[in-house]
Write a protein that binds this ligand. Sequence first.
Ligand code: IPM
Ligand code: MG
Length: 359
Amino acid sequence: MQIAVIEGDDAAPEAMRPSLEILERLNRHYALGIDWVYPPIGAPAEQEFGSPFPMEAQQIIDAASTTYFGSTSGNASRALFYLRWGKETYANVRPCRYFMGMSSPLSDPTGIDFVVVRENLEDLYLGIEGDLDELRGLNFPQRTRRGALSEIGEGRYAVKAITRHGTERVVRFAFELAQKRAQAAGRVPHVTCTAKYNMLARSDGYFVDIARDLAAEYPDVELDTFIIDDFACRIIAQPKALDVVVMPNLYGDIMSDAAAGLIGGLGLAASGCYGRDYAYFESAHGTAPDIAGQNIINPTATLLSGVMMLNYLGFVRAGESLERAIEATYADGHALTPDQGGTASTTDFCASVSDHLGV
Ligand code: IPM
Ligand code: MG
């Protein structure tokens, strides 16, 4: 089995490389049969193949069982677009679980354990923007709230699209994830659906209506709906009440970073993007250019994304062993990176995780 590896930009490779060493240890110990393959990306690919994301890279990604991806600030961004839109990875899963020892700003974060499921392909991420002038010829059924479009002056627009197909599949994904989590924990599955459905009744309202309709097919799952601004307050005031939360793309982008802030910051934010026949795994944070080259980036997000990847591939024992080792590293607190109040380097942290693997 092949896993494509894209190390990413700035400080991301500093988190990816020692994480890969740990995954390779698990690979050997559990005889997982993983071959790591490196698609040609960025400047070297440009030199060899005349493109920063050549066909050869796409073929390696396609042939692999999944892709392990380091954050990008440019070089690998075409790969990111391919992994999302090209591979139709429509459900972006971003767990928010507090481990004892993480540096949360809350006085009592113990027990925070929820998952943001973000629709990953549509909403304002269609990438359709333009000059308002281009719209003036169109005959909108309603006047805008500021008057006729011809009266509101020069400016730009962006298209926000919520489709039935796109919404149904991500909402089903959320319901099914809640069922799996509840079964494992022996409790009632709970889904929260959030969007700005008061102001955007036709688009965000459609997203929430579809969730309400689909709830009838999952009678064991409790469904709550909150308007996104109210939800932003609840995520801080009552994070322990949340289980699985589903929302349109842009809100999910923002709220998943907010969720990471609750437990101790973006260095902890794992992420996996799932489609019908492909998934890929990347940390939710950016490339941290301000600390590039210092060997202090927190690799937890990268490692926990690795846990999600191992589980996706069915390597549950290896995934569990890695997750426990990360937990143990936080619990003993000797090798935490500066963002968690420690003085350890990225490689110290990974050495501690490696020691705790017990393999
Ligand atoms: C994320 C990132 C991306 C997004 C950027 C890099 C395009 O913020 O994965 O959350 O907006 O989806
Ligand atoms: Mg983001």
